[in-house]
Design a protein around this ligand. Sequence first.
Ligand code: UDP
Length: 330
Amino acid sequence: MKEILVVGGAGYIGSHMCKYLHKNGMTPVVLDNLSYGHRQAVQWGPFYEGEMADTALLKKIFSEHRIEAVMHFAAFCYVGESMQLPLKYYQNNIAATLTLLTEMVEHNILNFIFSSTCATYGEPEQLPLLEDFPQNPINPYGRSKLMMEQILGDLDHAHNLKSVCLRYFNAAGADSEGEIGEDHDPETHLIPLVLQTALGQREKLTIFGSDYPTQDGTCIRDYIHIEDLAQAHHLSLLHLLAGGASKKYNLGNGNGYSILDVIKTAEAVTKKTIPHSYAERRPGDPAALVGSAELIIRELGWKPQFNSLESILQTAWNWHSNHPDGFKDA
Ligand code: UDP
C-alpha cells in the first residue's frame, strides 16, 4: 500500500482525506499536533503526535515509512483571527511549512498536495473565479497561502518538487457514512454555527454584515462538500504519482449562496427555526467568492457528488445531530 504523509490528518479536512485514501487502497500516515485536531479522528493509519516544524520527528517518520507524497492540512485558517494575529499565521502557514518542505527535499520526497484557498484572490473583479485571475489577497490568511503557492513554484524550479495547489472555496459537510465530521473549538465557520443554533446549543446566529453589494446584503460563498474535496486531492495525488506537472486548481461548485440562503436551506433540512441577528461586517471578508472548477473537471476528471447545498447541509446535520458534542461523543 502506498504510504502518504497527511500533515494535519486529525483535523476536519485531513481526517476525511485519510478515510478517503484508506478506501482507495493507500495508507495515510498522520502527523498532527492536536492543537485543533482530534485523536479520535485518526482511524485509518499510523499516528505521530508532534509539530510539522520538528525536524527530528520528520526524519523519524521519513525513515520509518516509504512516504511517496505529502498532503498538508495543518495551516491555520481563520480569516478574522489572521487580521488580529498575523504573526501566528505567517509563523505556522509559512515558516513551519518550510521546515516540512526542507525535510521533504532532503529525503527526496518530491510530491506535495497543498491546501490553498479562494482567499488568495481577494476581492474579485469578476465571478466565477478562474485560476488565472489576479490574486490580491485582502487578509494575512490569504497572503500566507499565496506566498506558499509562489514558494512552491520556486521549489519546482530548483528541486523538481511537484505540487498541486488546490484553492478551496468553503469546505463544508461531513462524511456521508457519519463516522467523522466538523468539530472546531472555538467554532467560527458558518455552517456548523448555523447547525449548532438549530440544535439549541446557541441562542442565535450573528450575521456579519447586512450591507454588502449582494442580492440580500449578506456575503456570498461557494460551499463544497468535504468528500468532493477528498476526491479532488486523491485525483491530484494520482496525477503527481504518475509523473504529472505542478498544477493549481479551484475547488468550488460554481454556485454562490448568501448567508440567508444557508439559513433558509438549513431550516428546511433540520426542520428547526434558526434565530439570527445582524452585526458589523467581519474585517477581511470579501463580498462574494464563487469559483469555477472547470479546469480540474476537464484535466483530472473530478466529479463532485454532493454539489447541492441541501446535500452538504444534510450530511453536516447528520453529524451534528448525532454528535452534539463533536468527537467527545464519537
Ligand atoms: N459568518 C457570519 N456569522 C458567523 C460566521 C460566519 O456571518 O458567525 C459569515 C462570514 O462573515 C462569511 C461567511 O459567513 O461571510 C462564511 O464564513 P466562514 O468563516 O464560514 O468561512 P470563510 O468564508 O471565512 O472561509
